[in-house]
Design a protein around this ligand. Structure first.
Ligand SMILES: Cc1cc2nc3c(=O)[nH]c(=O)nc-3n(C[C@H](O)[C@H](O)[C@H](O)COP(=O)(O)OP(=O)(O)OC[C@H]3O[C@@H](n4cnc5c(N)ncnc54)[C@H](O)[C@@H]3O)c2cc1C
Ligand SMILES: NC(=O)c1ccc[n+]([C@@H]2O[C@H](COP(=O)([O-])OP(=O)(O)OC[C@H]3O[C@@H](n4cnc5c(N)ncnc54)[C@H](O)[C@@H]3O)[C@@H](O)[C@H]2O)c1
Length: 495
């Protein structure tokens, strides 16, 4: 039986990153994938949906520009869009595959990496079975990393068929733009697809969430901007309602909503997208004799270490945040932890995210909602995009920067949200400061290029320090600084 230092099950972002770190450390590694290299990081997930988002955003901008010159905009063609998305997915998978081929062929690396296409199962602490198209194998290993990811959550009362009632696994296979679509679940995936399909301009989108707001984990001021834009592009948000029935009949989707005032209404659409969260892929990954503990939301781990001494778990299979960058961080960390001491602790406070909406929403660390849930006192500055020269030049001043810091002299950064053009580019400096556990002085003194969105972050910091160019509280809705007292649960103006 072939013996390995490390076997990694799943070659999504988490497993692939873990394998490459093990190669760095010269460990004999076996990487196993049963389906698509890159996992949901590439297909039916992050890359494919972001390709759709970019194409939709271009189309929206193109339509707006033509309308400015009173020209009739052309219609987007679904098959062309779909082909472009498939090209992007193919390019990425080919990149990963060619890289693996090169590693396996190169004498410098070939002793350390071996890739097998097949379905793996942990038979016992040190034995993994692999079922490939041509044979069944058993291998022996010192350590195992489980990186088997997640899949869309199904609900018992929603008959998903991936033809009419779809999840993110089926939506890219549609034959054409539907004329109408209901999205069940207005979290990140639901709102991103509502943005994408309303942006293409050929689908009437309806949005339902079981909560009373879209993006229920976000602050109300962020939600307000996103809702306003979705509605201005024709998205209908079903407020104060809950889905009581949904079925497919004669090629249409019929759904019933119960409204808070007791009314019940029935709607008919072409397609439904169900995006109510994701569940971990843990079934048939290990035999009953292997005592890996599962929690409600995934494998229970302590900094990637499972309840079994030589088995680790990373990425979406664990109970924390489901993101590509988190999976890669955990994958690399687990390998360093197995084969030595990682230089840094595994921290999640500086994880930055982007929600691909209209406009982009970039975030790192706490927002006001999560800070208040944690009962933290904080100071918060909000700077409107209309104060930022670059946004004025872009002719789009919709959006704001919101920065939270500790309510003390140090003013350590707790978190930030940027809603607006180029939000994603603006967030990195703050993510770095959070990871370095730094206060805000550094940002205030940096010289930023002009005109840039990051100047808005600098002005926000200066406003907290009482030395901004535009003074807090004077121009209504432009720059404002508040202190939040968690005991009194109230906000008081700082200036
Ligand atoms: C629509 C959508 C959009 C998203 N957008 C973003 C985004 O913009 N930014 C972001 O950061 N994140 C995004 N995500 C989340 C991101 O895709 C996931 O967090 C990430 O892919 C998780 O990586 P992973 O390696 O843990 O799991 P996965 O990507 O799920 O990969 C797991 C792999 O394991 C394989 N596998 C499972 N069981 C076995 C077995 N028994 N044997 C062998 N192989 C097995 C699977 O085939 C799969 O390839 C998005 C997700 C979705 C669904
Ligand atoms: N840009 C990004 O970084 C990005 C993009 C897409 C997905 N993701 C990752 O994928 C994960 C999964 O995304 P998601 O949108 O499926 O999950 P989510 O947790 O973001 O949202 C699920 C939504 O469904 C609602 N819901 C739950 N049960 C419901 C029901 N019975 N009826 C109606 N609504 C219901 C919830 O209230 C919530 O708003 C995210 O947590 C995120 O980590 C990230």
């Amino acid at each position: 039986m072939e013996h390995y230092d490390l076997v990694i099950i799943g070659a999504g972002p988490s497993g692939y990153a873990a394998a490459m770190r093990a190669v760095d450390l010269k460990k004999k590694t076996l990487l196993i994938e049963k389906s698509t290299l890159g996992g949901a990081g590439v297909k039916n997930g992050a890359l494919s949906s972001k390709t759709l988002w970019e194409l939709s955003r271009d189309m929206l901008a193109f339509r707006k520009n033509l309308e400015r010159y009173h020209l009739e905009p052309p219609k987007a063609v679904w098959h062309e869009i779909q082909t472009e998305v498939r090209k992007a997915v193919h390019e990425r998978i080919s990149l990963y595959q060619s890289h693996l081929n090169e590693l396996e062929a190169n004498p410098k690396y070939s002793n350390y990496i071996h890739f097998v296409e097949g379905e793996a199962c942990i038979e016992s602490d040190h034995i993994v079975s692999i079922s490939t198209l041509t044979e069944d194998l058993l291998v022996e290993t010192d350590y195992i990393i489980i990186a088997t990811g997640s899949r869309p959550r199904h609900l018992p009362n929603i008959p998903i068929d991936e033809k009419y009632i779809l999840t993110s696994d089926g939506i890219e296979n549609m034959d054409d733009f539907p004329e109408s679509m209901v999205i069940v679940g207005a979290g990140v995936i639901g709102c991103e697809y509502a943005t994408i399909f309303s942006g293409f301009g050929q689908t009437k989108v309806f949005l339902i969430d079981k909560g009373d707001t879209i993006l229920p984990f976000e602050d109300p001021d962020v939600v307000a901007v996103i809702e306003k834009n979705l509605e201005s592009h024709g998205v209908h948000i079903h407020r104060n309602s809950s889905l009581s029935e949904i079925e497919t009949k004669d090629g249409k989707v019929i759904y019933k909503l119960d409204f808070a005032d007791g009314e019940q209404k029935t709607f008919t659409v072409d397609k439904a997208l169900v995006s109510v969260g994701r569940v971990p892929n843990y079934e048939n990954i290990w035999k009953d004799a292997v005592p890996i503990k599962m929690g409600k939301r995934g494998v229970e781990d302590h900094e990637t270490h499972t309840s079994v001494n030589n088995i680790y778990a990373v990425g979406d299979i664990t109970a924390d945040i489901n993101l590509v960058n988190v999976g890669e961080l955990e994958g690399r960390y687990a390998v360093e932890k197995i084969f030595g001491e990682p230089k840094k602790k595994l921290v999640y406070e500086n994880i930055s995210t982007i929600m691909f909406l209209n406009p982009e929403v970039a975030g790192v660390g706490y927002n006001e909602k999560s800070a208040q849930e944690k009962e933290l006192n904080y100071r918060v500055v909000t700077t409107d995009y209309s104060t930022i020269a670059r946004a004025t030049a872009k002719r789009n001043t919709q959006g704001f920067i919101k920065l939270l810091v500790t309510d003390d002299d140090e003013m350590k950064i707790l978190g930030m949200r940027v809603v607006g053009e180029q939000a994603s580019a603006a967030i990195q400096a703050v993510a770095l400061l959070i990871s370095m556990n730094k206060g805000i002085e550094e940002l205030a003194e940096c010289v930023h290029p002009h005109p840039s969105i990051t100047e808005g972050i600098q002005e926000s910091v200066r406003a907290l320090l009482g030395k901004s160019i535009l003074k807090s509280g004077l121009l209504k809705g432009k720059v404002s600084c508040y202190c939040y007292d968690c005991q009194k649960m109230e906000k008081v103006s700082m200036y």
